[in-house]
Design a protein around this ligand. Structure first.
Ligand code: DX5
Ligand code: ZN
Length: 222
C-alpha cells in the first residue's frame, strides 16, 4: 500500500503555525495531524476548534484531528465546523461512558460529512476496534502513550497492526487506512509499514529534520 505521511503539528513552533503548515504542504505531507488534548484524558492541554478553524485556510492538505479528550461526542460539532477532514476518537474515552458510545460518536462524525476513526492505546487490545471497523475510515494504533511528542516507539504494538489489517480484509475492507501514531523515525517507519500500517504520524522526527521534504520522502520510500 502507498504510505501516507501525517506530520503532527504538536511538534511545530506554535508562534509560527501558519508557516509550519505551508512547510508541511510543500514537503509533501498527505495529512496534517492535529493533536487535541483536554487536560483530563491526557494531562496536557493543546488547542481546540478555534485554533483549527483559524489555521484551516492556510493549506488544502486534509486535517486529521486526533481527539485525546473525555466525552468526545460533545466536541464533534466544534471540530467538524472548524474544517476537520477526519476526526478520530479514543476507544478508552468512549467505553467508560456506555457500550454504544463509540459507535454513536463515529456515526455522529459521519453525519457531518467528516471521515471517522477509532484509536487504541498501546495497552488496549485491537479487538476493541473490531465491532466498529465497518464504520471506520481509519483505525489508529498508538505506538506511544498519548500526551507527549518525542517519546520512544513501543515495538510490541506491531502485531496489533497486523491483526487489524487481517480483520479489515476479512470484512471486505483490505485497503482500510491504518494509522500508527508516536515515535515514528526512519528506523521505526519500516517496521510499522511491514506490520500493515499505511498512515504514519510523525511529529518530532519531521520538525527536527534539516530538510522536511527529504525526510517525508525517505519515510514514504522505506
Ligand atoms: C501523542 C500524539 C502524537 C505525537 C507524535 O500524544 O498523539 O501524535 O504528536 O509525536 P512524535 O512523532 O514526536 O512521537
Ligand atoms: Zn496524535
Amino acid at each position: 500500500m502507498q504510505i501516507k505521511i501525517a506530520p503532527s503539528i504538536l511538534a511545530a513552533d506554535f508562534s509560527r503555525m501558519g508557516e509550519a503548515l505551508i512547510k508541511c504542504e510543500k514537503s509533501g505531507a498527505d495529512l496534517i495531524h492535529c493533536d487535541v488534548m483536554d487536560g483530563s484524558f491526557v494531562a496536557p492541554i493543546t488547542f481546540g476548534g478555534q485554533m483549527i478553524k483559524n489555521i484551516r485556510s492556510v493549506t488544502k492538505v486534509p486535517f486529521d484531528v486526533h481527539l485525546m479528550v473525555e466525552h468526545p461526542q460533545t466536541q464533534i460539532k466544534f471540530f467538524a465546523d472548524a474544517g476537520a477532514d477526519i476526526i478520530t476518537v479514543h476507544v478508552e474515552a468512549c467505553e467508560k461512558i456506555s457500550p454504544d458510545y463509540l459507535r454513536d460518536t463515529l456515526a455522529l462524525i459521519k453525519s457531518y460529512g467528516v471521515k471517522c476513526g477509532a484509536v487504541i492505546n498501546p495497552d488496549v487490545s485491537e479487538e476493541k476496534l473490531y465491532p466498529v471497523l465497518d464504520i471506520c475510515d481509519m483505525a489508529v494504533v498508538m505506538s506511544v502513550f498519548p500526551g507527549y511528542g518525542g517519546q520512544k516507539f513501543i515495538n510490541s504494538v506491531l502485531p496489533k497492526v497486523t491483526a487489524i489489517r487481517k480483520q479489515a480484509a476479512k470484512i471486505g475492507k483490505p485497503d482500510l487506512d491504518i494509522e500508527i501514531d508516536g515515535g515514528i523515525t526512519e528506523s521505526t517507519a519500516p517496521l510499522a509499514a511491514a506490520a500493515g500500517a499505511n498512515v504514519l504520524v510523525a511529529g518530532s522526527y519531521l520538525f527536527k529534520a534539516a530538510d522536511m521534504a527529504a525526510a517525508i520522502d525517505g519515510l514514504k520510500k522505506l
